[in-house]
Design a protein around this ligand. Structure first.
Ligand code: PHB
Length: 391
């Protein structure tokens, strides 16, 4: 009997590497906007994580998973860096996940290699982030990837002139460049380009400039939150729809929880995006049920939950591949080329860029069975044009 136990112990030591047994508990630090103006998006990160754990259990590769949440209410690179540092050094997390805003993700990337920690981004969407560190993998989207299909859809609908209106930071610069390049290649003309501040915008003057430009349509990128609803409301209140000016955008502008407040004024807004809550698939039905349960209300569900849900899938695969040991390079190598069925459709991690390949859908805000939704009307399959500018 004694010998039996001794040989089992030896075998375990051999499998896990001498003196380096797998961690019983692997900690994942999740940074999100859990309070403040973007609390809804943080709540959706948590709902995505909770939905993943509810459906898949809280173990991966024999280790228990422990989530350590940290609040970062607004884009604040210095604070982002300090929080990530603390998670790595004090909390000893093996993985970082989350991050809503691009400037925060960019502030964290320099810490990853020394900390031996991968960062799986649940949202931040400027193209450049994955280039800043080989240890970044992104399960959300790039703004560029979601913009090119809507530019093509606009041209296909016979729209000839557009004014672009974007938030003045990295993801907005990506949106502006992607729209102009794609729309003009398809024969259209961008007649003017407006940059809007990240915080507390008065959209009245923007709406006036859109009217004055004479463009047939406005294209908008605004990060989802109070300002995205502010923009769509201003578009309605300033009578642009009545003037037959079309509103085109990435889906960040029309997150589902905002649609009731926008009301019928939102009907007809045309967007490009990787995920709609109303996406029709069995995988999405399962996800929506689990995430709605975690949120306590299906009406609060948005895209951020899907980025988190899929982010947890990627981190679980990393933990399996490393047997719970801290080896960031091995963890990232293990998910290069990983393909799975997401609630949004089929996705995979591109082995070279660590961007996500996915379908992007053209959607129209519509009332279906009494409810305002982002109705998917066209699919651009396997979008791999992740873009190249912005910071
Ligand atoms: C970003 O900062 O990368 C970002 C934030 C919110 C969005 C999209 C992009 O809706």
């Amino acid at each position: 009997m004694k010998n039996y136990f001794a040989s089992v112990a030896l075998a375990v030591a051999a499998v896990s590497g001498a003196g380096n047994a797998h961690a019983d508990t692997v900690k994942i630090g999740v940074i999100g906007t859990f309070s403040g103006p973007f609390a809804l998006e943080g709540k959706n990160f948590k709902a995505g994580v909770d939905a993943y754990l509810a459906l898949n259990g809280s173990k991966a590769g024999g280790s228990d998973i422990e989530i350590v949440y940290r609040d970062l209410p607004e884009a604040d690179p210095a604070k982002a860096k300090a929080i990530a540092q603390e998670l790595i050094v004090k909390d000893k997390v093996q993985y970082l996940g989350g991050v809503y805003f691009t400037p925060d993700a960019l502030a964290i990337t320099p810490l990853l290699e020394q900390g031996n920690v991968p960062l799986v981004i649940f949202n931040a969407a400027a193209s450049i982030i994955t280039k800043k560190s080989p240890l970044v993998v992104r399960t959300s989207f790039t703004v560029w990837q979601n913009t090119t299909p809507i530019a093509k859809a606009a041209a296909a609908r016979g729209i000839k002139t557009v004014i672009t209106t974007v938030t003045d930071y990295g993801p907005g610069a990506d949106a502006e460049a992607a729209f102009k390049k794609t729309f003009e290649a398809a024969g259209g003309k961008v007649v003017d380009s407006i940059r809007m501040p990240l915080k507390n915008t008065d959209f009245g003057p923007i709406m006036q400039r859109i009217k004055d430009s004479g463009a047939e349509a406005a294209f908008a990128f605004v990060p989802a939150g109070p300002n995205s609803l502010g923009y769509t409301k201003a578009f309605a209140d300033n009578g642009l729809k009545q003037k037959n000016i079309r509103l085109l955008a990435t889906g960040d502008l029309t997150q589902e929880p905002d649609l009731p407040a926008l009301g019928d004024a939102g009907i007809g807004i045309l967007t490009g995006y990787h995920y709609a809550v109303s996406h029709k698939s069995a995988a999405n039905d399962v996800f929506v049920a689990a995430a709605s349960k975690a949120l306590g209300s299906p009406d609060e569900l948005n895209f951020a939950a899907v980025g988190a849900f899929d982010g947890m899938h990627v981190i679980a695969k990393m933990i399996e591949a490393t047997g719970g040991k801290q080896d960031a390079a091995k963890a990232v190598a293990a998910v290069k080329g990983l393909a799975w069925e997401s609630p949004r459709g089929p996705v995979s991690i591109d082995p070279e860029t660590r961007h996500i390949t996915q379908n992007v859908y053209v959607r129209e805000v519509a009332r279906v069975d009494g409810k305002l939704i982002n109705k998917e009307i066209e699919t651009f399959a396997d979008q791999r044009d992740w873009g190249s500018v912005g910071n």
